[in-house]
Design a protein around this ligand. Sequence first.
Ligand SMILES: Nc1ncnc2c1ncn2[C@@H]1O[C@H](COP(=O)(O)OP(=O)(O)O)[C@@H](O)[C@H]1O
Ligand SMILES: [Mg+2]
Length: 272
Amino acid sequence: MTALLEVEDLEVVFDGFRAIDHLSFQLNEGELRFLIGPNGAGKTTLIDVITGLTKPAGGSVRFEGSELVGRREHEIVRRGVGRTFQTATVFEQLTVLENVDLAATFRMPYSSLLRRARQPAEGVMHALATVELDGLAERPAAVLSHGQRQWLELAMLLVQQPRLLLLDEPVAGMTKQERSRTGALLGQIAQERTVLVVEHDMDFLRRFASTVTVMHEGKVLCEGPLAEVQANPMVQEVYLGRSERGAPSLVGAVTAGTPQARSEGTDAADAT
Ligand SMILES: Nc1ncnc2c1ncn2[C@@H]1O[C@H](COP(=O)(O)OP(=O)(O)O)[C@@H](O)[C@H]1O
Ligand SMILES: [Mg+2]
């Protein structure tokens, strides 16, 4: 079986600094995979390369068997790869519905845009219902809470019908309740699509993660079920070595047995 996404021997260099170091990584169709690793590990850069935002110095990214490196961002979106950013980008002046409708038109051919009646594009209400924002459809996006904004961004992504979703820290800054809701939502989304989630909230991982890939210094350090990954001495070393800088408490949960939400001041360190 060929993987849906195959990253091979990828290299990204910023002014001589190797942010991605000969990384190879695969995702199979239908997976919900969690990607973790200390700040600066290269997680966001990996997503940037897959989506065409950053050009690699070497290596390849194949999606459904065809090369994405060298293609432009919008073309990669059209091929079925969608992403969210660490900070949600929505149009505050537009209504919730208009935001999703705008995103929906992104993959439409111009001809159907011209013919389009003044009603929401197909799938808009469905996407809003999925993230449970249908009740707020007519309100301006400006009134949404932080968590609701993240969900709106997710709806804007879902309406484009991506086969692969890349979500960069979707629960950062969310309340406990919002995180639970997001976890359930990701499980639901992953029934129809392949999802890669960058997240290191331990509580969240324990509840929702099955397979976890750990990145460190631009490489894959290890990969497997969460419990196995947590018990890996290399992973413990990487996280322990950073704990004084407020890194996510992956190992804290192992050694002390207490989950620690990352709301305790780790967000600022993460704002890359
Ligand atoms: N555009 C850029 N120019 C220079 N260095 C960058 C750029 N983007 C990321 N980096 C560096 O690459 C490394 C990996 O960053 P990033 O992918 O954001 O890590 P993560 O998302 O795992 O926290 C960091 O050391 C970061 O400072
Ligand atoms: Mg990042």
